[in-house]
Design a protein around this ligand. Structure first.
Ligand SMILES: Cc1cc2nc3c(=O)[nH]c(=O)nc-3n(C[C@H](O)[C@H](O)[C@H](O)COP(=O)(O)OP(=O)(O)OC[C@H]3O[C@@H](n4cnc5c(N)ncnc54)[C@H](O)[C@@H]3O)c2cc1C
Length: 828
C-alpha cells in the first residue's frame, strides 16, 4: 500500500496546484517535493524513485522552453492553424469592437470577486436626480397611454414639444453641444421611469439616445458635422432615425442590398461629386417624423472617382428629409404601441459626399462604426425600458393581488397566484440589477459587447415572463382594453423588445456565447491572434505561451469543477456576509464548470460549435446567469446588505443557479461525442444535479413583500412613476395599499357581523351603517371601509364602449379601408 503513497502525493499536489492555478515551475517544484517527502514518510524508496522518474518524464520536457516549443508547440500550431475556422470580416470586426469587463472573470473559472466589489457604487449626480424629479416626473404626468395608443396613435403635440424642449433627445450629447451629457445610469433611470407609464414614449426617447446619428456623429463625425447637427439634435430641432434593416436584410444586416454609386451630378446649381442611392428600408423607428435619416448602404465607385477600390463596403450617410426622391412618412403599426416607425425608400437619390458621416475618409467603414457603437446603446435602451415595465408590473400586480378579493380572500393569498407573484418579484429584482450593472459598465468606460447582449436578451425575456404573469393575475381586468387598462398595451408590445436591436433567438444562440467565449476566454483569442503574427519565431513563442497557459487553465477548471461539485460548493475563499458567502461559492463552482465545458466544447467541436447553436445557447445561458447573479450580489452590497431584500435576492439567485445547472445538464446531455459527455458529467455533476428551484416558502415571502409597502418594495420600484396622478392608475393603486391593509382586520370584524345575521341591509353602504349602529365597527372604521370599497371599485372596473366608438375612424367617416397597407405590399 505504501508503494502508492508517492503517486498519490503527486496526484494530490498536482490537484492542489491546479485548483490554486499555480504556474508550471511551481507545480513542478511542489509535486517533486511532495513525492520525496511523502515517499520518505512512507518508507517507500523504490516507489519514490519510480514516481520521480515518471514525473520527470512529463515535467522536464514541459519546463525546457526551447524543447517544448519546437517539439510540442510547433506541431500543435500547425494543426491549430488547419482546424481554426477563419473569422469572417464581420466576426473579426465584432470581436474587436468591445471590451471585456467582469464577465471575463466569470469565464475564467476562478472569479476575482474583489474586481467586482471594488467597482464604485453607481449613483446619480444631483443634476441628474433633479432632472428625474423635475422634467421626467412632469412628462410622466402628461402621458395618457390610452390617448397615445388608441386615440391618437401618437404622442400628443404638447408631449413632443415637452420632450424636445427639455432635451430628452440629447441625453448622450455633451454639454458643449447643448446636450444633457448624462451618465449611462441617469439615461437608464430616465428611460425606466418613462417606460413605467408609457412604452410608446420610452421607445421614442430611447432611439435618438441609442445607436443612431448622434452617437455616430460623436464618434466619427467631422467637426463641421458635429457643430451643425449635435446642437440641433440635442434640442429636438432635428429628429433623427437610423435605417439599416430592409426586407431582405434583417438579422443578417451586413447583407443589405441597398447601394450608392459614386458619381458627378448637378446639385444646387453646380456639378458636385456625390452618391446616387437606391434603398428600401423598413421598420425604421422615428422615420415618419425624422428630419434627418441615417442610412446604411453599400458604396461602389465604378468610375474610380475616389480611388482604386470599386466596392468600398458598408457606408453611412445622413440625409436631410427634404432630399429629392427620399420617400419617408408612411407608418408601420408595431403591435399597437404606436411609436413612430415606418419605411424609408429611395431610387437614384443623389446626395453630395458631404453627407457621409465622417466624410469620404469613412466610406466603407460603416459596419465597424455601427458595431463599435452598438454595445453602448444596447446596454441601456432595451434593458432600461424592460426594467421600467417590470417595476410597474410588480407595483400593479402586488397591489391588485391585495385589493382584488375572491372567495373572501385577497387573491394574492391563494398559492397559485402567490407563485406568479414570486416570479414577478424575483425577475424584477434580477432585471433591475442587470440593467444597473450594464449601465454602470458603460459609465466605467467599457464597451460591454457581451453584457449588453446578455442584458438585452434577459431583460426583455423576463419582461415577457413578468408581463404574462401580471396579465394572468389580473384576469379579465388585464384583458379588457380601455383607459383603465394599465397592462394590456405593455403585454401586447412585448415582442417588439424581443425583436429589435438583435432578435432574441439569435442573440442567445449566436452572440452571447459566440462572442463571449472568444472575447472573455483568457487564451483562445491570444491563440488565434498568434496565427496572424508574421515573424515565425515570435508566432511560435506567442502561441506556445498561450497554449500552455490554456492547458493549465483547462486542468485547473476540471479540478475546480470536480472539487466544488464534490463538496456542493461548500468550500473555498469567498467574500460577502454570512448570508451571501455561500452564493459566491456557488458561482465559483459554476464559473469553473462553464470554463471547463466551454473549453471542451471548443476543443472537441472546433468550428462546428458555431453551427451547434443549441449547445452554444446553453453555454451562453450559464455565462448570462453568472453575470446576472453577480450583478444582484453587487447590488445587495451597494445597498448596504439590506436584510429586507433577502427574499428577493434569494429567490432570484436560486432561480439563476437552478437555470445554470439545467443549462449545463442540457449541454452535457446533448454533447455529440458521448465519451466526452460522460467525462464532463462525472466532473461537473459528481453527485448528480442537486440544485433546486426557489422553494414555495421563499416564493411566499416574495409574494408577501410585493403586496405590502416596505423599504424593500420601495427599492424594487425605484425609478418608476408612482405619483398618484389622474393618468397613473398604478400609482393611485399603490397609494391606496396602506389603506387596504389597514382595512383588512376591520373587514374581518365586519364579515363576522354579517355572519351573525343581524345585518339585514343589501347594499354595501347600508350594511356598513348597520354594522356601525350595532357597535361592530367604529365610525372611523366604517369610513375607512367605505373609502377602500369605493377606491377598489375604481381599480376593479373595466371600460365599455358604444359600438360606434370601436369602429375605425376611416370606416366611420365612410372611407374604404382597402388602401391600408399599400406601402408594405409595394415593398413586398
Ligand atoms: C418595431 C421595430 C423597430 C425597429 N427599429 C429599427 C430601426 O430604427 N432601424 C433599423 O435599422 N432597424 C430597426 N428594426 C429592425 C430590427 O433590428 C430587425 O427586426 C431585427 O434585426 C430582426 O430582423 P427581422 O425582423 O428581419 O428578423 P429575421 O432576421 O427575419 O429573423 C427572424 C428570426 O430568425 C432568427 N434568426 C436569424 N438569424 C439567426 C441565426 N443565425 N441564428 C439563430 N436565429 C436566427 C431571429 O432571431 C428571429 O427570431 C426594428 C424592428 C422593429 C420590429
Amino acid at each position: 500500500m505504501s508503494a502508492f503513497i508517492p503517486l498519490l502525493a503527486a496526484l494530490i499536489a498536482s490537484g492542489v496546484c491546479a485548483y490554486q492555478r499555480a504556474g508550471l515551475r511551481t507545480w513542478t517544484a511542489v509535486t517533486a517535493v511532495a513525492i520525496v517527502v511523502f515517499g520518505l514518510i512512507a518508507y517507500a524508496p523504490v516507489a519514490t524513485v519510480v514516481t520521480l522518474i515518471l514525473f520527470g518524464l512529463i515535467a522536464v520536457p514541459l519546463n525546457l522552453d526551447s524543447f517544448r516549443r519546437t517539439r510540442i508547440s510547433a506541431p500543435l500550431l500547425k494543426m491549430f492553424a488547419k482546424v481554426t475556422p477563419k473569422l469572417s470580416d464581420t466576426e473579426q470586426t465584432a470581436l474587436e469592437a468591445g471590451t471585456v469587463g467582469f464577465e471575463g472573470e466569470l469565464f475564467s473559472g476562478k472569479p476575482n470577486w474583489s474586481e467586482l466589489l471594488k467597482q464604485p457604487k453607481p449613483e446619480l449626480s444631483a443634476e441628474e436626480q433633479a432632472f428625474l424629479d423635475g422634467p421626467v416626473e412632469e412628462l410622466c404626468g402628461m402621458l395618457d397611454d390610452w390617448q397615445v395608443t388608441h386615440e391618437l396613435a401618437d404622442l400628443p403635440p404638447e408631449v413632443w414639444d415637452f420632450i424636445k424642449q427639455n432635451k430628452f433627445f440629447g441625453m448622450i450629447i455633451p454639454k458643449r453641444y447643448g446636450g444633457l451629457e448624462f451618465s449611462a445610469l441617469a439615461h437608464s433611470a430616465v428611460l425606466q421611469k418613462v417606460a413605467s407609464i408609457s412604452s410608446t414614449a420610452a421607445s421614442t426617447i430611447a432611439v435618438p439616445n441609442s445607436l443612431g446619428p448622434a452617437e455616430l456623429l460623436l464618434h466619427y463625425g467631422s467637426e463641421e458635422q458635429k457643430d451643425h447637427f449635435l446642437p440641433r439634435l440635442a434640442d429636438g430641432r432635428e429628429i433623427p432615425c437610423f435605417a439599416l434593416t430592409g426586407p431582405t436584410a434583417g438579422s443578417d444586416a451586413t447583407s443589405i442590398p441597398d447601394f450608392g454609386i459614386v458619381c458627378k451630378q448637378m446639385h444646387e446649381g453646380e456639378e458636385v461629386l456625390g452618391i446616387r442611392l437606391t434603398f428600401d428600408k423598413r421598420y425604421i423607428t422615428l422615420a415618419p417624423v425624422a428630419t434627418i435619416v441615417g442610412l446604411a448602404f453599400r458604396m461602389y465607385d465604378p468610375e474610380h472617382l475616389l480611388g482604386e477600390t470599386e466596392d468600398l463596403g458598408i457606408t453611412l450617410a445622413l440625409i436631410p428629409r427634404e432630399t429629392e426622391g427620399l420617400e419617408v412618412g408612411r407608418r408601420h403599426l408595431p403591435l399597437n404601441v404606436p411609436f413612430q416607425n415606418g419605411p424609408v425608400r429611395g431610387k437614384d437619390v443623389f446626395v453630395p459626399l458631404s453627407t457621409l458621416i465622417g466624410g469620404p475618409d469613412m466610406a466603407g467603414h460603416g459596419w465597424r462604426m455601427l458595431v463599435e457603437c452598438l454595445s453602448v446603446g444596447r446596454a441601456i435602451s432595451l434593458p432600461s425600458n424592460a426594467t421600467g415595465g417590470v417595476r410597474a408590473a410588480s407595483a400593479a400586480t402586488g397591489a391588485y393581488a391585495r385589493i382584488r378579493k375572491q372567495f373572501g380572500l385577497a387573491i394574492g393569498r391563494f398559492e397559485g397566484v402567490e407563485e406568479a407573484l414570486a416570479r414577478i418579484g424575483g425577475y424584477t429584482y434580477a432585471t433591475a440589477a442587470l440593467s444597473r450593472a450594464t449601465a454602470a459598465a458603460v459609465d466605467r468606460g467599457e464597451k460591454p459587447a457581451v453584457p449588453s447582449a446578455i442584458a438585452k436578451y434577459h431583460a426583455t425575456e423576463w419582461g415577457r415572463e413578468v408581463s404574462r404573469d401580471a396579465m394572468d393575475v389580473h384576469g379579465g381586468k388585464g384583458v379588457q382594453l380601455g383607459p383603465s387598462n394599465y397592462l394590456g398595451r405593455a403585454w401586447q408590445g412585448v415582442p417588439i423588445a424581443i425583436t429589435v436591436e438583435g432578435a432574441n433567438i439569435m442573440t442567445r444562440s449566436l452572440m452571447i456565447f459566440g462572442q463571449g467565449a472568444i472575447r472573455c476566454h483568457p487564451y483562445v483569442l491570444k491563440e488565434m491572434q498568434a496565427l496572424s503574427i508574421e515573424d515565425k519565431k515570435e508566432r511560435l513563442k506567442t502561441f506556445d505561451r498561450a497554449l500552455f497557459g490554456h492547458i493549465g487553465f483547462g486542468f485547473s477548471n476540471a479540478v475546480r469543477a470536480f472539487t466544488l461539485g464534490l463538496t456542493h460548493a461548500k468550500i473555498g475563499k469567498a467574500p460577502g456576509d454570512a448570508y451571501t458567502r455561500r452564493y459566491y461559492r456557488k458561482l465559483n463552482r459554476y464559473s469553473a464548470a462553464l470554463a471547463l465545458c466551454a473549453d471542451v466544447s471548443m476543443g472537441v467541436l472546433g468550428g462546428r460549435l458555431k453551427f451547434k447553436e443549441k449547445l452554444s445557447a446553453r453555454l451562453g445561458d450559464v455565462l448570462s446567469y453568472l453575470y446576472i447573479a453577480s450583478a444582484m450580489l453587487k447590488r445587495y452590497e451597494d445597498s448596504g446588505r439590506p436584510e429586507a431584500d433577502r427574499p428577493l435576492l434569494a429567490w432570484a439567485f436560486h432561480a439563476c443557479v437552478w437555470r445554470m445547472q439545467m443549462a449545463l445538464d442540457g449541454v452535457i446531455r446533448n454533447f455529440p461525442v458521448r465519451p466526452v459527455a460522460w467525462l464532463l458529467r462525472a466532473l461537473v455533476f459528481p453527485f448528480g444535479r442537486r440544485e433546486v428551484p426557489p422553494s414555495d416558502r421563499l416564493g411566499h415571502r416574495v409574494a408577501a413583500l410585493l403586496m405590502c409597502p416596505s423599504e424593500a418594495r420601495t427599492r424594487l420600484l425605484e425609478w418608476s412613476f408612482m405619483t398618484p396622478t389622474a393618468n397613473n392608475a398604478i400609482g393611485r393603486m399603490n397609494a391606496l395599499l396602506p389603506d387596504v391593509i389597514a382595512a383588512e382586520p376591520i373587514e374581518r370584524k365586519f364579515l363576522k357581523a354579517l355572519k351573525s345575521g343581524k345585518i339585514t341591509a343589501h347594499e354595501y353602504t347600508e350594511k356598513l351603517a348597520q354594522a356601525e349602529q350595532q357597535g361592530a365597527i367604529s365610525e372611523a372604521e366604517r369610513e375607512l371601509l367605505q373609502r377602500v370599497h369605493d377606491a377598489t371599485l375604481e381599480f376593479i372596473n373595466v371600460d365599455d364602449f358604444d359600438p360606434s366608438e370601436l369602429v375605425a375612424a376611416k370606416v366611420r367617416d365612410g372611407k374604404s379601408g382597402k388602401e391600408s397597407g399599400k406601402g408594405s405590399k409595394q415593398a413586398a
